[in-house]
Design a protein. Structure first.
Length: 462
């Protein structure tokens, strides 16, 4: 429902503000940094703006949900700026292949921030103008059973910059709850066309689908001929409490009751690219020198292999080999029994590794090979997958995603041993929420909280 013109205007405001700031400050840059000439300055500016546009696209700064809510817009801008700094730094280092002074880099980043602040102020003024003039506001009515129509009308009233609710159109003899009489009843369905013309209503939201009710189908045809738009709200609102999506295969509408951001190829590529880069850096910068030390200590501490390799449940419930540093003495219960507090199978080094999550480091090879992700639901033993899938109705939904080294459930306290079914239910609940609400910065947030919890100490890490 969001006007495309508003999204274009907001994006152009950013671009114009950035170009204006760079133009006004370009003489300063050229004079201040004598090592660069005008053409190179233009190249740096182009790289900076391109980095911002890429970061803004990646985060979704100009999406409907972002620009319609000023707080969301500012929050996404901050996230995008953080990503812009990373991208711009990468471009300067790997693309230009030249030594660039830190002062120049900070100046360009500072100018970019200044341009965005100016643009955000202009955006606020634009929103106020639209709200004052009501250029984006459409006058609507909601038609259907009173309680359902009232609920939807009340939601539309929370978006006054886009919707002006004239009232409700309900079936004849439909009971009206006088305690909830905050929406004016305009009349019955039979009077729809006349009501809309008299009250200058341009769109009608109908609670229900034409295929379900011949009366609605007839009204739809009449409304079209009178230049009144009708939009339809399916009747499964009480059953589904998360976002859904609708696509078309030919002329057939296909409704998905559960949508996940990682179903889309673009998001899959983003997550996989991050997994590859992050796991590669951990393997090269950390694991390369830490592995010989840990391997030697494990060998000195107890008999057995350095690595513990176990079959775990992965994406789509496919089995994969999960790699860990061995933290226990070799035992016959490793594939059947969870680690617990004061577990007598743990070695002294194993207790330390589990407290600090060092035992999980080899799983970055699983990430690099594509069996796991840095962030996702923790992979469970095959025995637990079989056991809990029978006890928890939505348990298997967590396997739509690649398992992760850390996850949303883990940073919210649901890690380690699950003594009660309720513990696993909460873990599943958090895993499903993560899948339905994934975004790149949620992954960064989870990684940060994992590091923080490791440094602080987690009482459930055993």
């Amino acid at each position: 429902m969001q006007s495309k013109s508003l999204k274009l205007l907001v994006a152009l405001l950013d671009l114009l503000a950035l170009l204006l700031c760079y133009y006004l400050l370009m003489p300063f840059l050229v004079s201040e940094f004598g090592s660069i000439n005008l053409s190179r300055s233009v190249n740096f500016v182009a790289a900076s703006i391109s980095s911002w546009l890429l970061a803004a696209s990646f985060v979704g700064v100009y999406s409907d949900s972002s620009i319609s809510e000023y707080e969301n817009y500012n929050r996404n801008t901050f996230r995008a700026y953080f990503l812009y700094v990373l991208i711009f730094g990468f471009v300067l280092f790997f693309v230009f292949h030249t030594m660039v002074s830190r002062n120049l880099i900070f100046s360009l980043m500072g100018i970019t921030m200044l341009g965005l602040l100016i643009s955000r102020f202009c955006h606020l003024m634009v929103l106020k103008y639209y709200r004052t003039t009501k250029l984006l506001t459409i006058r609507v009515a909601v038609m259907g059973e009173y309680e359902k129509a009232r609920e939807f009308a009340n939601y539309l009233k929370t978006k006054p910059q886009f919707f002006e609710v004239a009232g409700l159109i309900i079936p004849k003899n439909n009971q009206v709850n006088e305690n909830h009489y905050e929406n004016r009843v305009l009349g019955s369905e039979a009077e729809l066309i006349e009501i809309c013309k008299q009250r200058e209503i341009t769109e009608v939201f109908c609670m229900g689908l034409p295929d379900e009710n011949p009366v609605i189908a007839s009204l739809y045809n009449k409304a079209e001929l009178s230049f009144i738009k009708m939009r339809f709200i399916p009747n499964f609102h009480g059953l589904v409490h998360h976002q859904t999506s609708i696509d078309f295969i030919g002329t057939f509408p296909v409704l998905s009751l559960r949508t996940e951001p990682l179903e889309y190829r673009y998001n899959q590529i983003k997550k996989r690219a991050f997994d590859l880069v992050f796991s590669f850096l951990v393997i090269v910068l950390l694991f390369s020198w830490l592995f010989p030390i840990i391997a030697l200590l494990i060998k000195l501490g107890s008999k057995g292999p350095v690595f513990f390799v176990q079959d775990r449940s992965g994406k789509n419930n496919a089995t994969f080999k999960c790699i860990k540093f061995r933290s226990m003495k070799v035992n016959n219960e490793a594939h059947l029994r969870q680690a617990s507090a004061n577990d007598d199978r743990l070695t002294k080094l194993g207790k330390f590794m589990r407290k600090t999550n060092i035992d999980e480091l080899p799983q970055f090879f699983n990430v690099f090979m594509g069996d796991m992700s840095v962030v996702g639901p923790r992979p469970h033993m095959l025995k637990h997958t079989e056991q809990y899938s029978k006890l928890i109705s939505q348990y298997m939904l967590r396997h739509w995603l690649k398992p992760g080294i850390t996850g949303w459930a883990q940073v919210n306290g649901y890690r380690g041993e699950t003594k009660e079914v309720n513990d696993m239910e909460k873990r599943v609940e958090y895993d499903i929420w993560y899948g339905e609400n994934w975004n790149f910065f949620l992954d960064l947030r989870i990684i940060w909280r994992t590091v923080f919890n490791t440094v602080k100490g987690d009482k459930k890490a055993f």
